[in-house]
Design a protein around this ligand. Structure first.
Ligand SMILES: [Zn+2]
Length: 72
């Protein structure tokens, strides 16, 4: 088997938008800004992401702070 051309390997994937992150709890868009309000009493590190209205991301079932996920 010999390779005669590499032209077919030039398929490029569309770039991923840097802001294509959503909250896994509600599916809202996420911004890379800490939430405006944060319950320090929870003893959790301040999140680095928040909803577009600056509220903290939805908590997971076990009470952890949700991590943003890539929108599909
Ligand atoms: Zn949410």
């Amino acid at each position: 088997m010999s390779i005669t051309s590499t032209a077919t390997a030039a398929i490029t994937e569309p770039p991923v938008a840097p802001n294509a992150l959503i909250c896994p709890g509600c599916g809202e868009d996420v911004i890379p800004v800490p939430p405006a309000f944060w319950r320090l009493a929870d003893g959790l590190p301040t999140a680095t992401f928040s909803h577009c209205d600056r509220s903290a991301l939805c908590r997971t079932r076990v009470g952890d702070v949700a991590e943003p996920v890539e929108a599909r």
